[in-house]
Design a protein around this ligand. Structure first.
Ligand SMILES: [Zn+2]
Ligand SMILES: [Zn+2]
Length: 158
């Protein structure tokens, strides 16, 4: 944790100071507990808005916590547990759900597809990139499902 500022702006990565004005996206699915989204300025939020192609969204002004308050919050949060190889699978599932870097494609099937179509090999760094694209597309669809106040993500949300 950086001691000199609170969190980073997720667009320009600059630090947002303690006890300072910052912005959040009005689309609630953009700000997740495990991946909080905060912006140092309306301009940065606007970059986010165009990336996410929000049709109707706003930047909402917030005040970041004081350093003392933030350190107190951090101290109360349970530390991330180290997972050993023999921990139960439920625990592992929960942790992998939290992991934003998780690979969402079936690597062998994708490699076969690329090979059959083009004869090309597929570098392993393609998988995180494709996973990122899937995540982004899903995030947009989730927003659509939320707007329709549905509990199920459907094909028409994409
Ligand atoms: Zn920024
Ligand atoms: Zn947003």
């Amino acid at each position: 944790m950086n001691e000199n500022h609170w969190r980073n702006c997720i667009v320009c990565k600059k630090g947002i100071n303690y006890s300072t004005k910052y912005y959040k996206c009005s689309v609630s699915s953009c700000d997740k507990k495990r991946a909080p989204a905060q912006f140092c300025s309306v301009d940065c939020w606007d970059v986010h808005r165009s990336i996410m192609s929000h049709r109707s969204a706003g930047a909402e002004e917030y005040q970041s916590p004081t350093k003392e308050a933030w350190l107190a919050v951090q101290a109360n949060e349970p530390k991330v547990r180290h997972v050993s190889a023999n921990s139960n699978s439920q625990e592992r599932t929960q942790l992998s759900e939290a992991n934003n870097e998780e690979i969402l494609v079936v690597v062998s099937k994708l490699k076969n597809y690329v090979k059959e179509r083009s004869g090309l090999n597929t570098s392993s760094d393609v998988m995180p990139e494709l996973s990122r694209i899937i995540r982004e597309t899903c995030d947009k669809a989730i927003e659509n499902a939320n707007k329709s106040e549905r509990k199920t993500l459907m094909a028409r949300d994409f």
